[in-house]
Design a protein around this ligand. Structure first.
Ligand code: GDP
Length: 465
């Protein structure tokens, strides 16, 4: 009888166990790897973690513990938590190596249910948390699903102004003699694609630009070198009408580019939305607002454009493209201004306000049906300590930290504008956000952070009730 009772209990427990898929994204270097490493670390230390007062499940003592469990999706690479912690615990501490593809890690969170049938039926329950990391650049590809090759080529040629125009020169020169009607020359297409990809990399690295398409070209993951990543927009189309190009025969250069573009849309872009995106429950989008403030107005405006683009993926009103593809599940999105420890604490409210302004337009005009959104500023892994310095007889806020090459520094990195910066701002303000090395920690301590608990509360609080 007792045994049957136990079995029944187990069965009830299993059927009541819950599951949440938390997606973490952001453009490259936004801080995804640091965020996931810290999130896992905070949760693994949950029973003794004094650093999570804003996370109610920990503050009120009903989150009992967390452990890592094998992930269920065996085809998705594992997130390198151990490698990340090894880097952070090394002497001197180093930042974890970023991941470049989708990756995943699973935790089982044991908690005491607080409400509803769970509370009546069980003393303890388990919430399985899958954390999925993917590059934000992949979300920039969503509009491709509604653009054919010709429309995409036209749109790309309009972008080739200013810095982009300069960076595109080499690739554009290669297009001068390219004949779309000639028999498909795979080697030539490969060479021009390589120059186009090089241009996209340069936009990010030299131009400080974020809005690059197709997103997989700069973060190819396992597709590096595959023909599906060997095409380019035909930006020199003015001499042909669309009707002429449509008549290019099926063995022409034009047909090859077009079919690769279609394959990319159909299998890579749609594939990501179907296999991954459609299964997410919660989403955090990390934004490094400080890097474009350092880099200047072109980079800043480009980041806004990239964010607008990124938000399209959460705009699933009834007739939206995503809703036509599948039923999206994400019901909460958190925008996080990452690396808040790069600025002094009194600047943090400005950082949140700036991020809100950056996404406000899209937020206001879009129909984000059934999705809650919020903004926060945080530091996943705190690398500086706030303090004060005496300046002209006054105590001024400052930060202390060790630079990446080990120099100890005390500095005031600059003021974060509350609103979107205008001309005067760009002329008058200099920013100098230095990259610091992570603080030294002991292996049995949780990682130091700023407001990770606030993010945890928003993303998981209600799931642990
Ligand atoms: P990813 O490309 O989005 O995965 O970005 P990473 O997590 O690798 O972060 C890129 C870099 O940003 C790191 O190497 C650090 O230099 C810096 N970084 C990330 N998170 C933090 C943070 O919380 N504080 C500070 N000071 N730097 C951070």
């Amino acid at each position: 009888m007792h045994r049957i009772g136990n079995e029944l209990n187990k069965l009830v427990n299993r059927s009541l166990d819950r599951h949440v898929r938390l997606a973490v994204t952001g453009l490259s270097r936004a801080g995804k790897t640091a965020f996931i490493t810290s999130l896992v670390n905070q949760l693994l230390h949950v029973s003794t973690n004094p650093r999570l007062p804003l996370f109610s499940a920990v503050r009120d003592g009903y989150l009992l513990g967390a452990k890592r469990v094998p992930q269920v999706d065996m085809h998705v690479p594992k997130f390198g938590y151990d490698e990340g912690m090894q880097a952070l615990l090394s002497a001197p501490p180093a930042w974890p190596e970023p991941t470049r593809d989708v990756s995943q890690i699973r935790l089982a969170l044991r908690y005491k249910p607080q409400k509803g049938p769970m509370k009546l039926l069980q003393d303890t329950a388990t919430l399985y948390l899958d954390i999925v990391d993917y590059p934000g650049e992949w979300l920039l590809d969503l509009p491709l699903l509604e653009q054919d090759f010709h429309a995409w080529s036209q749109q790309q040629s309009k972008l080739l102004k200013g810095k982009r125009g300069e960076l595109a020169q080499h690739w554009q020169a290669m297009l001068e003699d390219f004949d779309p009607f000639a028999p498909a020359d795979e080697a030539l297409i490969e060479r021009i694609s390589a120059a186009f990809t090089e241009y996209l990399y340069k936009c990010k690295a030299e131009g400080g630009l974020h809005w690059v398409q197709p997103g997989r070209f700069v973060l190819p993951g396992e597709l590096a070198g595959a023909p599906v990543l060997q095409f380019f927009p035909l930006t020199r189309l003015a001499q042909y009408t669309e009707a002429q190009l449509q008549q290019a025969n099926e063995h022409s250069n034009y047909a090859m580019l077009k079919s690769r573009y279609q394959y990319y849309r159909q299998h890579i872009v749609k594939g990501f939305y179907r296999e991954h995106f459609s299964k997410f429950d919660r989403q955090i989008i990390l934004v490094d607002c400080l890097q474009p403030l350092n880099a200047g107005p072109a980079s800043f405006n480009d980041m806004r454009q990239a964010l607008d683009q990124l938000m399209q993926s959460f705009r699933y009103g009834r007739s939206s493209l995503l809703r036509r593809l599948f039923s999206p599940r994400i019901d909460k999105v958190l925008f996080a201004a990452a690396k808040a420890d790069h600025v002094t604490p009194e600047q943090h409210p400005n950082l949140v306000s700036l991020l809100q302004q950056m996404i406000n337009e899209a937020w206001q005009t879009a129909s984000f049906e059934g999705i809650k959104m919020d903004c926060v500023s945080l530091a996943s892994i705190q690398a500086t300590e706030p303090g004060f310095v005496a300046h002209q007889g006054q105590q001024m806020p400052a930060l202390r930290g060790d630079t990446l090459d080990g120099q100890s520094q005390m500095l005031f990195p600059g003021e974060v504008p509350r609103r979107l910066p205008n001309e005067t701002f760009w002329q008058q303000h200099g920013f100098d956000f230095v990259n610091f090395r992570p603080l030294e920690i002991q292996s049995d301590e949780p990682l130091p952070h700023i407001r990770m608990d606030k993010a945890l509360e928003y993303l998981l609080g209600d799931k642990l009730q």
